[in-house]
Ligand binder design. Structure first.
Ligand SMILES: Nc1ncnc2c1ncn2[C@@H]1O[C@H](COP(=O)(O)OP(=O)(O)O)[C@@H](O)[C@H]1O
Ligand SMILES: Nc1ccn([C@H]2C[C@H](O)[C@@H](COP(=O)(O)OP(=O)(O)O)O2)c(=O)n1
Length: 233
């Protein structure tokens, strides 16, 4: 009798607009794995704080409320929704208000401890394995992942991707590219300079620069890396 292959754990990290979500979802779909968007969890807790009048610029207030909302993440790559205290937050977590506040909330150690524990629990429960994307998956959340990928791209490419997305989301006029790039670099800087579990490439992560690659090429590259790991292991 053939035994089922061991679950495979894949960590995909990198700054905003490098293609983490699109790549992770496509890779998980191609290989029949679960998918976890940890950025959506930080966004959902931020959205909950904003809608419950917690001062997101007061780390003590954020820490005191950290355990209050129950965050439930969908792990189906075809439809990964998220709820906060039973309320669907899938749409609201993408607003500019949440984007502007999420770095401050995610820098609070109590928030990180809460979500890191939840992320590890979800990864352990994934039957065939999981692709987990974020900022500190390879360094802190899942340091023993079977494969760690760190995606990068030029600030220009990342801003162009984000601004195209924002325009598509609400039909509004194309946002100012320079403004989008400045906001993105400011968030990178905040996420990279925080004390607890900053955005950083793990020593054993493979860097993939997606600037000149299509999404399909990035997906193919990651799928190949996973298959190579599975064959070797
Ligand atoms: N290699 C690529 N080339 C062009 N566009 C891409 C590429 N990868 C992702 N995108 C697009 O860029 C946008 C941001 O991608 P996303 O996966 O959300 O990035 P991240 O999760 O790193 O912020 C999406 O609209 C996505 O379709
Ligand atoms: N593992 C993670 C994932 C996200 N975060 C924080 C920092 C990020 O700026 C926000 C939002 O992450 P998200 O992946 O949704 O951001 P983008 O969609 O790439 O712009 O959450 C984090 O601190 N740690």
């Amino acid at each position: 009798m053939q035994t089922a292959p061991a679950p495979v754990i894949v960590a995909i990290d990198g700054p905003s607009g490098t293609g983490k979500s699109s790549t992770s979802r496509a890779v998980a779909t191609a290989l029949g794995l679960s998918y976890l968007d940890t950025g959506a969890q930080y966004r959902a807790i931020t959205w909950w704080m904003l809608t419950n009048d917690v001062d997101v610029n007061d780390p003590a207030a954020v820490a005191a409320a950290a355990h209050k909302p129950a965050i439930v993440s969908g792990t189906n790559p075809a439809a990964p929704g998220i709820t906060a205290d039973g309320v669907d937050a899938t749409g609201p977590i993408r607003t500019q208000e949440v984007t502007a506040a999420v770095s401050a909330v995610s820098a609070v150690p109590e928030i990180r401890a809460q979500l890191t524990e939840l992320q590890r629990r979800i990864a352990v429960e994934a039957e065939t394995g999981i692709v987990v994307e974020g900022r500190d998956i390879g360094t802190t959340v899942l340091p023993d992942a079977d494969l760690k990928v760190f995606l990068t791209a030029s600030p220009e490419a990342r801003a162009a991707r984000r601004s195209g997305e924002l325009r598509g989301a609400d039909g509004a006029a194309k946002p100012d590219l320079a403004g989008t790039q400045a906001a993105l670099l400011q968030r990178d800087s905040a996420d990279s300079s925080r004390t607890t579990s900053p955005l950083r490439q793990a020593g054993d992560a493979l860097e993939v620069d997606t600037t000149e690659l299509t999404l399909e090429q990035v997906v193919e590259c990651v799928v190949t890396l996973i298959r190579e790991k599975q064959q070797a292991g």
